[in-house]
Design a protein around this ligand. Structure first.
Ligand code: FES
Length: 176
């Protein structure tokens, strides 16, 4: 009797431990950083990646790796989109209308490499500074990007690059 009881207890423990590990794994895969592509050599050689934007809910930002570079995926709020659209093109150092920067207005996808000297700007994590224009801030030399990833202030000469991408389903995007 005693042995049977211990055996059941052990099985219960294993079951619970496995479930807990699974839950932690799922949580860390979603927020705040999705290492969608492991930067192994075979992956870096891939020309394109697919990413399901359904995991990125409004107000959330996720970083994926593509060809060894960080790519910022941000689900913009209506307010962020409105702010980006209200800016006169004449005020932009590298003029580009917001509508040309995102296939779906709510999903902004840009290469997360500062166009000054190549640092990775801050602004992906909720605790990060986002600069004077609510997008990203590059602390290396003080470049500020807006909610469309356009350079607004600082030494960077160009907007964050929008990679080639397309939606292969309602939510899955293929980058590259
Ligand atoms: S590398 Fe970003 S401001 Fe210099």
């Amino acid at each position: 009797m005693a042995d049977t009881h211990q055996g059941e207890t052990r099985r219960d423990f294993l079951y619970i431990a496995t479930a807990a590990v699974g839950a932690v794994g799922a949580a860390s895969a979603v927020w705040p950083f999705v290492d969608q592509m492991n930067p192994a050599a075979d992956v870096l050689a891939l020309a394109s990646i697919e990413f399901d934007t359904a995991t990125v809910t409004e107000g959330m930002a996720v970083t994926v790796k593509w060809r060894g570079k960080p790519v910022f995926v941000r689900h913009r709020t209506p307010d962020e989109i409105e702010k980006a659209r209200a800016v006169p093109l004449a005020d932009l150092p590298d003029p580009a209308a917001d509508a040309t920067r995102a296939l779906k207005p709510e999903q902004l996808i840009v290469v997360g490499v500062c166009t000054h000297l190549g640092c990775v700007p801050l602004g992906q994590k909720p605790s990060d500074p986002r600069g004077d224009y609510g997008g990203w801030f590059c602390p290396c030399h003080g470049s500020h990007y807006d909610t469309a990833g356009r350079i607004r202030k600082g030494p960077a000469p160009k907007n964050l690059v929008v990679p080639d991408y397309q939606y292969v389903s309602d939510t899955v995007v293929r980058i590259g």
